[in-house]
Design a protein. Structure first.
Length: 356
C-alpha cells in the first residue's frame, strides 16, 4: 500500500471516487469505467481501505479535457469495400435521430460519396461539388500555396436536416467528393508549416471543432483504407466500429485495423476504443456466415461482436438509393431491417456511453 505523507499533502488536496463523481456530475460507476478505459485518467496517489484517492488538481484538469467534446464521435472502418459500411452509417444515423431523439452529424470521408448521395441525392451532391462545398475543399486547402486564400466554408458545406425519409430530422451531413481520391495521395507531401503546425492528420479536427458540440453523435464514414484521410476521421473519434460481412475476405483486415488505430492513438497519447464488430448482409442459412460469426465471437483477440446483426434483404440493399419515403419503416420495411438498425443503435448508445 502506498503511504501519503501528511506533511507533503493535506486531505483537501485529495479526492476519492465518490468526490470525483460529484465533481463530474456523473455516477461512481461511470468514474470506474473511466479508470479502466481511459489511459488519461490520473493514477491513484494511494489505495486506502475506503478506496483509491487522487490528486484533486489532476482530476480537475482531466475533467476539463473530457469536457472539450461532448459528442460521441464514432468512425466506421473496414479495409474492404462492399461490406455495408455506408448502409450501417446511414442506418445508425437515421435511427439514432428518430427512435432515440439524438442530434446526429454524418461526416462522409469516403471518396465513393455513397453516404452523401444516400442522404441528399446525386443532383444536390453535384451542385455542392461544383461549388466546392465538400470536404475535398478542406483537404485541398492544405495543399494550396501559402499566398492563396483558403476556400473551405464550413457553414456552406454543412447540409442540415438531410435524408430522403420524411420523419428523419436532426441529421446533418458534411459531404464527400470524388476529388478525395487524388487528394489522399498528395496530402503526404503537404508543407509542414512553421513549427510543424500543419499536421495532415489533424485537418478535419481543426475544421469541425467549432460545431462538434452541437451534436449528440457524430458518425464518420471512412474510406476502405488506413491512409491520411481515414486517419483524419480516426483523429476526431473516441471510438470506432467495424461493419463486415461474415466471410474470410471481409474480416481479414480486422487485426490490421486494430493495430494501426492503437498505434495511432498511442502516438497521440489518447484512447480510441473498439466499440465492436457489426455483422452485415448476414444470411442465416449460410454455413459460411454462421461459422465465421462463431469464430469472430470466440476470438478474444478481436473486438466484441454486437448482438444485433444486419440481415441481407432487398429493402436494406435498396436503402442505398435516394428514394423519398415517409417513415423509416417504409424505407427498411419489415424484413428485419428496421428492427435491426433500431436494436443496433441501442447497443451503440450503451457502448458509447460506457466509455464516456
Amino acid at each position: 500500500m502506498n503511504v501519503i505523507h501528511r506533511s507533503a499533502m493535506s486531505s483537501d488536496d485529495l479526492v476519492g471516487l465518490a468526490e470525483v463523481a460529484d465533481l463530474a456530475k456523473v455516477s461512481r460507476t461511470v468514474v470506474s469505467n473511466w479508470r479502466v478505459r481511459d489511459c488519461r485518467f490520473p493514477p491513484a496517489v494511494a489505495n486506502l481501505r475506503s478506496g483509491p484517492v487522487f490528486h484533486r488538481d489532476k482530476i480537475i484538469r482531466y475533467l476539463g479535457k473530457r469536457a472539450k467534446t461532448m459528442a460521441h464521435v464514432i468512425s466506421t472502418i473496414n479495409l474492404k469495400g462492399g461490406v455495408g459500411k455506408t448502409t450501417t452509417t446511414v442506418g445508425l444515423a437515421e435511427l439514432l435521430a428518430v427512435e432515440f431523439g439524438k442530434k446526429v452529424l454524418v461526416i462522409d470521408l469516403d471518396p465513393q460519396t455513397n453516404a452523401t448521395t444516400v442522404l441528399i441525392g446525386e443532383d444536390r451532391w453535384r451542385e455542392l461539388n461544383n461549388e466546392h462545398y465538400t470536404l475535398a475543399t478542406l483537404f485541398k486547402d492544405a495543399l494550396r500555396p501559402q499566398d492563396e486564400p483558403a476556400r473551405f466554408n464550413l457553414e456552406a458545406t454543412l447540409q442540415r436536416d438531410v435524408s430522403s425519409v420524411g420523419e428523419v430530422k436532426n441529421v446533418d451531413l458534411l459531404p464527400s467528393s470524388l476529388d478525395l481520391i487524388d487528394v489522399q495521395d498528395r496530402l503526404a507531401s503537404m508543407p509542414s508549416g512553421q513549427f510543424y503546425s500543419n499536421n495532415p492528420t489533424d485537418l478535419l479536427r481543426r475544421a469541425v471543432r467549432p460545431i462538434l458540440d452541437n451534436y449528440d453523435y457524430v458518425i464518420v464514414d471512412c474510406p476502405p483504407n488506413l491512409g491520411i484521410v481515414t486517419l483524419n476521421g480516426i483523429r476526431i473519434s473516441e471510438s470506432y466500429i467495424i461493419p463486415t460481412i461474415p466471410d474470410v475476405l471481409s474480416t481479414y483486415g480486422i487485426p490490421q485495423i486494430q493495430t494501426r488505430v492503437k498505434d495511432f492513438a498511442d502516438n497521440l497519447g489518447e484512447t480510441i476504443t473498439e466499440l465492436g464488430i457489426v455483422i452485415t448482409k448476414y444470411r442465416s442459412g449460410s454455413t459460411l456466415h454462421r461459422n465465421t460469426l462463431d469464430r469472430l465471437q470466440t476470438d478474444r483477440r478481436l473486438p466484441l461482436v454486437f448482438n444485433t446483426v444486419i440481415p441481407e434483404g432487398n429493402a436494406i440493399a435498396a436503402s442505398s438509393e435516394y428514394s423519398a419515403t415517409s417513415t423509416l419503416k417504409q424505407k427498411y420495411q419489415y424484413q428485419g431491417g428496421y428492427e435491426a438498425f433500431r436494436d443496433l443503435a441501442a447497443e451503440v448508445i450503451e457502448a458509447a456511453e460506457a466509455i464516456a
